[in-house]
Design a protein around this ligand. Structure first.
Ligand code: NAP
Length: 452
């Protein structure tokens, strides 16, 4: 018992995020009652190891430490449900061999209540250090000078790619007649364009100064009562986003990358995005890619990723009318924002859409919807968005078996029409279950581990 006490004293001096998940009675599994079980529990909690980044890949130990932010509003409900699915799927797949050591980090309302800060520096440090984290939705604090926490996380951690796969699961209600034809992965630039946040209110000194500069120095025709939003787009950030999309297509066996832009109107920003994309493909991926234009002239695309481009407005038609012609999409920030939600609507809405914010060697997986405050604490909403974000995470970490098991679990639950309210209200004969009930249904349908 005295040894246990010594371990506890050491833990008490560690930063909260290093141990809280495994020991916090409200978050972690129950604190065992017998001393022997407690010892085993503690040694398990301390057995995690950091994920490393080598040669452009995550190097993942058997017991990786993965920080999580449970999020505000419905966040705790969906996180609890998702964590149950993740742990069961890892266990069903790998038995005792592998296990995720979850470790809570704070952001949003919980962070503010406990530390007086919405986004503590320790949270950013933990994500940098442990490289891979997962989060629920965060409230955007209302008030002067406070930025969206999600935007801050992306900017401060240099997470330059927002990755959103959109696919349909059999049985999910959809407003289109062939939702199975849509299976795209959208790579949306995550730091620039409207996310750069350079905006001036009409009549402000900044707006007046800018208006004078544009009229006097650049002979532009701009009304004096104008407001301004500036949309910077750099070759550097556009190219590294497009490179990530092309690498993804190559490693996941996807046949095309489509650059979606509004270059017919914004030639030097959106148009440049398209040009930089073709340039990059020719310079860095010449052996493995081919432009669509070259295929029109008779060149063979066999074994290569076809690089094509579409104007954004036309693309909204394309994903409805000919979705199976698109596989990976790379796009500037604002187009990607619209397009990913429009695509998600075809496959069941935001509750079914996962996302990840990725940089080089750091990734933050997240539910794409908000905190839905009216449902907070009701154990009601659909946890699939954050569960599918976990699927993306396990794929990225090189545990695809776990990802496949979870997908099979989701498919099984939906096939027997055991679903949360959002899907149940659109499905005939559905059995409506709670958020945690849906997680249990997924667990019930996980493929059982073959025992020797
Ligand atoms: P929201 O939280 O996404 O909720 C809008 C509606 O979407 C809900 O009322 C619900 O529709 C549906 N919904 C959302 N999540 C669902 C789920 N898991 N299962 C089923 N249905 C779901 O959007 P909001 O009300 O505009 O935003 C609320 C807060 O979230 C704001 O503070 C916003 O800044 C923040 N936000 C955060 C993120 C993020 O952290 N990534 C993203 C967006 C917004 P029904 O009412 O039809 O049931």
């Amino acid at each position: 018992m005295s040894r246990l006490w010594r371990v506890l004293s050491v833990l008490a001096r560690l930063p909260a995020w290093e141990w809280s998940t495994n020991l916090h009675p409200a978050i972690g599994p129950p604190w065992p009652s017998s001393p022997i079980e407690r010892k085993q529990f503690l040694s398990k909690a301390m057995s995690g190891t950091k994920i490393e980044w080598q040669n452009g890949k995550f190097v993942v130990p058997q017991h990786p430490i993965i920080p999580f932010i449970e999020g505000d509003g419905i966040g705790p409900d969906i996180w609890r449900a998702a964590r149950n699915v993740f742990d069961e799927a890892v266990h069903q797949t790998f038995g005792e061999e592998r296990r995720v050591v979850w470790s809570e980090i704070l952001a949003g309302e919980k962070a503010y209540a406990e530390t007086g800060e919405w986004l503590p520096e320790a949270t950013l440090d933990a994500i940098r250090e442990y490289r891979c984290a997962i989060k629920g939705p965060l409230t955007t604090p209302v008030g002067g000078g406070i930025r969206s926490l999600n935007v801050s996380l992306r900017q401060l951690l240099d997470l330059y790619a927002c990755v959103r796969p959109v696919r349909w699961f059999t049985g999910v209600p959809s407003p289109v007649h062939s939702p199975e034809k849509l299976d795209v992965v959208i790579f949306r630039e995550n730091l620039e364009d409207v996310y750069a946040g350079i905006e001036y209110q009409a009549g402000s000194p900044e707006a007046r100064k800018l208006q004078s500069f544009l009229v006097d120095e650049l002979s532009a025709n701009v009304r004096p009562d104008s407001a301004f939003g500036i949309k910077p787009m750099s070759a550097y950030n556009s190219k590294r986003l497009i490179a990530k999309a092309i690498r993804f297509a190559l490693t996941r066996g996807r046949d095309s990358v489509t650059l979606v832009h509004k270059g017919n109107i914004m030639k030097f920003t959106e148009g440049a995005f398209r040009d930089w994309g073709y340039e990059l493909a020719a310079e860095e991926f010449a052996e493995h890619t081919i432009s669509e234009a070259a295929t029109w002239e008779g060149a063979s695309a066999a074994g290569k990723v076809v690089i094509k481009d579409r104007i954004a407005d036309a693309m909204f038609q394309q994903v409805l009318l000919r979705p199976n012609e698109y596989s990976v999409i790379a796009t500037p920030n604002l187009n990607g924002d619209y397009l990913s939600d429009a695509c998600a609507a075809q496959v069941g809405g935001l509750g079914m859409a996962p996302g990840a914010n990725m940089g080089d060697g750091v990734a933050l997986f997240e539910a794409t919807h908000g905190t839905a405050p009216k449902y907070a604490g009701q154990d009601k909403v659909n946890p699939t968005s954050v569960i599918l974000s976990g699927v993306m995470m396990f794929e990225e970490l090189g545990w695809p078996e776990v990802a496949e098991a979870i997908i099979a679990g989701i498919e099984g639950a939906i096939a027997e029409k055991t679903v949360t309210y959002d899907l149940a209200r659109q499905m005939d004969g559905a059995r409506e279950v709670s958020c945690s009930g849906f997680a249990e249904a997924i667990v019930k349908h996980l493929p059982q581990r073959a025992t020797a």
